[in-house]
Design a protein around this ligand. Structure first.
Ligand code: MLT
Length: 408
């Protein structure tokens, strides 16, 4: 008789964004006349820029021609894309990352969820609280998180690093009593929109080196950084190549949420004893993955063309204008808001001590605006709420104006 992976049974509820999707769908079915504005999941709304669509069309034509047709992509991704990434995202910022340290994939969600496979089950995981749910849930599925405490909504074997207003939503180094082996960090942060400075990130790198830990650094929102002392990559820090893996996505900087493209950087000098993590991930990638499509990798290359860079700068600026509107509009209305400066996410305190889900229901039912309850990202998110700047400008303005009509 077959048996299932019991770890899946331990997972509480469904994936956060599926739960929200279901709630919104129930409401909209019951109220078909209402115009719902969705500022919940961080999904982009602007179309692909011309540099990208031209590259896609060109690549489709190549695939339809016997001379230029391509079958399976190279295991780790096409050299043209890996080189463009190494040159533009790393070397241009003084980070010594080679093209062959980059693994092309179909997105950062899959990579941040899958990376735990190359680590032993007895590694102790540390996460920020609140946190992007994929980091925790993928470790639950693997059986690395111990038992679930439904009161506190925490796992016994996970180290939670609270990110609260008191520490400006920046995690503090774990105390001596519990030392992590794998440390998930995401900056600019999802969900709080907070960032840390280069000097603060350097402290994490120094800590990881001292403890023999690996930092799993999610930089999916890097394109939204506007301040000078906020690092774009962990490899801007001294020593990071021997203790950090970095994840990037084309979803938020180039609108590829429906196209799918991302990459992971594993420097060759990152080792456990004699074993290179690069070699392990290459083995995993080669066995379980057949690569992002050629046409999509060509589209990714176009992101780094001069035209692509200029067009995407405008796209990011468009979303940041939304972020500013949400931030200022809610602040003027008396809300306590943060994020939104180096990030497309605005993190606000719910009014009058409402719980995150109470505020979610209130916005959905009274003004037909969808956001994301902070508690869905972890216990320290309770009493907070996330709004995304990825809507259209018109909808963003309307949503903020509607929220401002609420009296508490
Ligand atoms: C979010 O809303 O947190 C993100 O869109 C989720 C993701 O990128 O997978």
């Amino acid at each position: 008789m077959f048996r299932i992976n019991e770890n899946y049974i331990k997972l509480p509820g469904s994936y956060l964004f599926s739960t929200i999707g279901k709630k919104v769908s129930v409401y909209s079915t019951a109220h078909p006349d209402k115009k719902i504005i969705r500022l919940g999941i961080g999904d982009v709304t602007l179309p692909l820029v011309p540099a990208v669509t031209e590259a896609l069309h060109g690549a489709v034509d190549e695939m339809g021609n016997a001379e230029t047709f391509r079958g399976y992509a190279p295991d780790l991704g096409y050299e043209f894309l890996r080189k463009a990434i190494a040159d533009n995202d790393y070397r241009a910022r003084g980070c010594d990352i080679d093209a062959d340290e980059i693994f092309i994939s179909d997105g950062a969600k899959c990579d941040t969820g899958n990376i735990q496979e190359i680590f032993s089950l007895d590694n102790r995981v540390a996460v920020c609280d609140p946190v992007y749910p994929v980091y925790v849930d993928s470790n639950v599925m693997a059986g690395r998180t111990g038992t679930y405490d439904s009161e506190r909504e925490t796992w016994s074997d996970v180290i939670y690093m609270p990110c609260t207003a008191e520490n400006r939503f920046a995690p503090e180094l774990p105390g001596e009593s519990r030392t992590p082996d794998l440390i998930y960090l995401c900056f600019p942060n999802n969900p709080t929109g907070a960032t840390i400075t280069r000097a603060q990130l350097q402290e994490w790198v120094d800590y990881a080196q001292k403890k023999g830990a690996v930092i799993l650094y999610d930089a999916a929102y890097e394109a939204y950084i506007s301040e000078e002392d906020v690092p774009h990559s962990i490899y801007e820090c001294e020593g990071a190549k021997s203790c950090a893996i970095e994840f990037r996505s084309f979803s938020k900087n180039a609108g590829f949420t429906g196209v799918r493209l991302g990459f992971t950087v594993i420097p060759k000098e990152l080792k456990c004893g004699d074993v290179s993590l690069h070699a392990l991930w290459a083995r995993r990638h080669g066995t379980k993955y057949n690569g992002a499509p050629y046409i999509v990798q060509r589209a990714g290359e176009a992101v780094y063309s001069e035209a692509g860079k200029a067009q995407l700068k405008e796209q990011v600026a468009y979303y940041m204008k939304n972020a500013k509107y949400i931030f200022n509009g809610l602040k003027e209305a008396g809300y306590t808001v943060s994020g939104g400066v180096n990030s497309p996410y605005i993190w606000l305190k719910t009014p009058k001590g409402m719980s995150s889900w109470e505020f979610f229901d209130c916005l959905l039912e009274q003004v037909n605006v969808v956001g994301t309850p902070g508690s869905g990202f972890g216990p320290s998110g309770e009493g907070y709420f996330r709004l995304t700047a990825f809507g259209s400008y018109e909808n963003t303005v309307e949503a903020v104006d509607r929220i401002r009509t609420l009296q508490f």
